[in-house]
Ligand binder design. Sequence first.
Ligand code: IPE
Ligand code: IPE
Ligand code: MG
Length: 255
Amino acid sequence: MTAAPAPKAGAADNAAGLAGGGPRSTPRHVAIIMDGNGRWAQQRGLPRAAGHKAGAESVRRALQAATDNGVEVLTLYAFSSENWRRSSEEISDLTALMRYYLERELKTLEKEKVRLKLIGDYSAFGGELVERLERAVERCADNSRITLVVALNYGSRAEIAAASRRLAAKAVRGEIELPAITEQAIGAELQTADLPELDLLIRTSGEVRLSNFLLWQAAYAELLFLDTLWPDFDEAAFTNALAVYARRQRRFGGR
Ligand code: IPE
Ligand code: IPE
Ligand code: MG
């Protein structure tokens, strides 16, 4: 038995990358758990906020490197649904930084033709920031060079639970039958439904865990855990990560 059922477009593209060095040796979709800002600051005797500020510079560099390398989607974990456990001081430092970054970078996002998309329940950040975020998304809506997805107050389990509730509601209303609740149907209810499959998931700072990020989407992603602290992550680090990815042999359950 050699013939496989015709895979979906995304899977076919990924499978094409199996040979290595093919057109898909570059990941279409890269996600990053940007971790280590606090430790970076601590090592320098600086307040944690200084680490977050330096981390924002890494965001700019990573976006540039992703664009330069032809990555289609860069998804960044900026604030998890568990990050509310931090002190109110740190949370307000982080939201102030988001506001500042948006203000400073929006022109660049427009000029560089970056489409912006948000995932997570960002409404929790309250009026003014939410307005700014939505305005930025709107202004970048027609861009198509790269999609920058920012995960804000994001939790993968909450995302999957919400998707399940929506499908269950449809079933209760009699709009769908139970067999229609397939992997595809669940995937289509996730906030990432319009994005290509996740190919590469990077976490900086030496922690080896997913911290409730893209659990469903990472099913067949290549995982890369780096010791680099996020503020030290630069263009070269991004290019290196792509080189590691290109050497990986993706099998998707085949041999
Ligand atoms: C990641 O850096 C940034 C966010 C979670 C917002 P951390 O703040 O988690 O840095 P460490 O892990 O304490 O070093
Ligand atoms: C994950 O980092 C969240 C973000 C990078 C936004 P954390 O620092 O919050 O994760 P844990 O607490 O080490 O798992
Ligand atoms: Mg951390």
